[in-house]
Design a protein around this ligand. Structure first.
Ligand SMILES: [Fe+2]
Length: 598
């Protein structure tokens, strides 16, 4: 049968946040992270599951794919694969998969690799809504300079062991030009993920994350802790002079790291005030440097439009500062700004730079997973402990029923359409609640999320009403910018206002998520409030739910009151009340042990 489409597959391979993205004729058909399938957060390793997911969703095989582009920030992928044969870095099951896969040590010239920051840059500009502009990529650590083989990447005269820290580009149409790169100079280290003495923005932030949470990948928690710190009570951790960044050495003042084996709970540590002050400082330093970098980019190019990618772009507070203070007319941030988004960048590098196609696609939403069938949903909910009722008639819809129950103080699991690609739940795999109730934050933490009390919950709001409640006209479809809550609204929606008076807003247009928009409309009809508390549909330490079965399991094992699965309202029945202690014990026995800050 003749093939009707051109397919390009992008893969973020091996180290962490393994993911795949399939382009069909230059448009994103599907994208998925491995953690959603394997249920291991930030899953690394071989990429069989994510490739299979995309191909099966599209109904094609690898033979139908015209080009595969891969990246791993550690080393060029083929180089890494050669080492993996000898070094035993793969679990046995994945080694067996890999050795049978045509994508492991590939012989075909339709499989290639691209350097790390270039992939981040393509993940942003290739799918942004602007014809021209500039791109800012900032992350923890990227490719070694000696591994960057694409032309024009400004590697001449750079130490071969220096690694990417910041990269700046300009683009017009489908063409990207590199303007400046900031390198992490080689440094000696004890462990590969400690970021010790790496003089870079993202590296420093991750180092603080290691210090406070014993995990380099808790930068979001550091950002949430920062407003509790005392301004300027700690010396600067970053110095910027004539565009050059310096990270002064840490000495005895950093003698209170969190150690997971500590008897005390993280929240009860006597070092808490110190951690809050350090978090305040690193956040403030980061914002200042990013604003200065963004201003430099605007002034040297005259650009009006800015795109951002790289893990540091997940810092929604800093993004809010850039939007307000850097002077760009428009700012677009790749929702999968971390290394999961590398899969999108790899795919578009293949489409634009290798296949020489032109840009036609704009990523208006991040709902890139499989849209499960109603039958799958019904089967998943067909459990002895559950009651089900479908609402699809005129007058009573799943949206109106859910809005009513939310307004009465119930917590909802909300499962609709394809899953979100990237770290945020954006209205298809969400836990929802009433923002008017101050106690809702505690209720969500005690019954479902089990997160540290300092972490805020975010609002999801109808786009047209956002400017009435939050300061600033700009759209925030991916929950990637913090906005100040207007004074007259702070007391009306206490569940989503952070200690510094901001909220991590997601705005929704009807054309991008009709059912969520209609739910918000119904909730406003009942309450006068066009927004809801929106947090990711998962338990602490676990990835966001992917399948209807994942959603039902999470519903059963937590204190969520109701579950909306497509147009079906699911509740726990009388039998659940009898058996719930056993359900809880079963779940505790099944889930992996988690550390104190997970
Ligand atoms: Fe990265």
């Amino acid at each position: 049968m003749p093939k009707n489409h051109t397919y390009v597959l992008g893969i973020n391979a091996y180290d962490h946040d393994v993911s795949a993205c399939l382009l069909r004729d230059g448009e994103i058909a599907y994208a998925i992270e491995k953690e959603r399938i394997t249920r291991q957060k930030h899953a690394g390793g071989f990429f069989q599951e994510v490739v299979d997911y995309c191909l099966q969703a599209e109904g094609i095989t690898l033979d139908d794919v015209d080009l595969v582009v891969r990246n791993c920030y550690v080393l060029p992928v083929e180089d890494l694969e050669v080492r993996m044969i000898y070094q035993g870095d793969m679990i046995d099951r994945e080694r067996a998969q890999a050795t049978k896969s045509p994508l492991y040590l590939p012989k075909s010239n339709k499989v290639m690799t691209v350097s790390h920051h270039l992939a981040h840059a393509y993940s942003a500009f290739a799918v942004c809504p602007f014809d021209e502009g500039v791109v800012m990529v900032v992350d923890g650590v990227g490719s070694y300079s000696s591994d960057i083989k694409e032309p024009g990447q400004l590697t001449e005269g750079v130490n071969p062991l220096a690694r990417e820290s910041e990269s700046y580009y300009k683009f017009k149409g489908s063409k990207l030009e590199t303007l400046k790169k900031v390198w992490l100079q080689p440094c000696r280290g004890l462990l590969s993920d400690e970021f010790f003495h790496m003089e870079g923005l993202g590296a420093l932030y991750s180092r603080v994350s290691c210090y406070i949470f014993a995990d380099w990948n808790k930068c979001g928690e550091v950002m949430g802790l920062a407003p509790y710190g005392r301004p300027n009570s700690f010396r600067p951790l970053l110095e910027l002079k004539d565009g050059k960044l310096r990270v002064p050495e840490w000495d005895v003042e950093f003698n209170r790291p969190w150690t997971p084996g500590d008897d005390k709970k993280w929240e009860a540590s006597p070092a808490m005030k110190h951690w809050e002050d350090v978090a305040w400082r690193v956040q403030d330093d980061t914002e200042k440097v990013l604003i200065e970098r963004a201003r430099w980019l605007r002034e040297t190019t005259g650009a009006k439009n800015l795109c951002i990618a790289g893990g540091v772009a997940l810092n929604c507070v800093a993004n809010g500062c850039i939007v307000r203070e850097a002077g760009f007319d428009n700012v677009w941030i790749q929702p999968a700004a971390g290394d999961n988004g590398i899969a999108i960048g790899c795919a578009y590098y293949g489409h634009l730079a290798i296949q020489k196609r032109t840009r036609t696609f704009v990523m208006k939403h991040a709902l890139l997973g499989v849209d499960y069938k109603d039958n799958d949903v019904r089967n998943a909910a067909n459990r002895l402990l559950l009651s089900r009722k479908t609402f699809n008639g005129p007058g009573r819809s799943i949206c109106s029923e859910t809005a009513k129950l939310l307004s009465e103080g119930n917590v909802f699991g909300w499962f609709q359409g394809g899953s979100e690609f990237g770290p945020r739940a954006l209205g298809n795999r969400s836990i929802l609640a009433d923002p008017r109730r101050a106690e809702m934050k505690d209720k969500l933490n005690k019954r479902v999320k089990f997160r540290q009390a300092f972490r805020p919950f975010a609002p999801i709001v109808r786009y047209e009403r956002a400017k009435d409640i939050f300061v600033g006209e700009d759209e925030s479809p991916f929950m990637l910018r913090a906005k100040h809550v207007r004074a007259e609204w702070k007391d009306r929606i206490p569940a989503i206002v952070h200690v510094d008076g901001t909220a991590r807003v997601q705005t929704v247009r009807r054309e991008h998520n009709e059912r969520m928009y209609d739910l918000l409309t119904e909730f406003e009809k009942l309450t006068g409030v066009p927004l809801l508390v929106n947090t990711s549909f998962n338990i602490k330490g676990e990835p966001i739910v992917e399948t209807p079965r994942d959603a039902v399991n999470c519903f059963l094992y937590t204190g969520i009151d109701y579950l909306a699965l497509h147009d079906m309202l699911v509740s726990k029945n009388v039998l659940y009340k009898i058996f719930s202690p056993f359900v809880k014990v079963y779940h505790e026995a099944m889930v992996r042990p988690r550390d104190a800050t997970d």
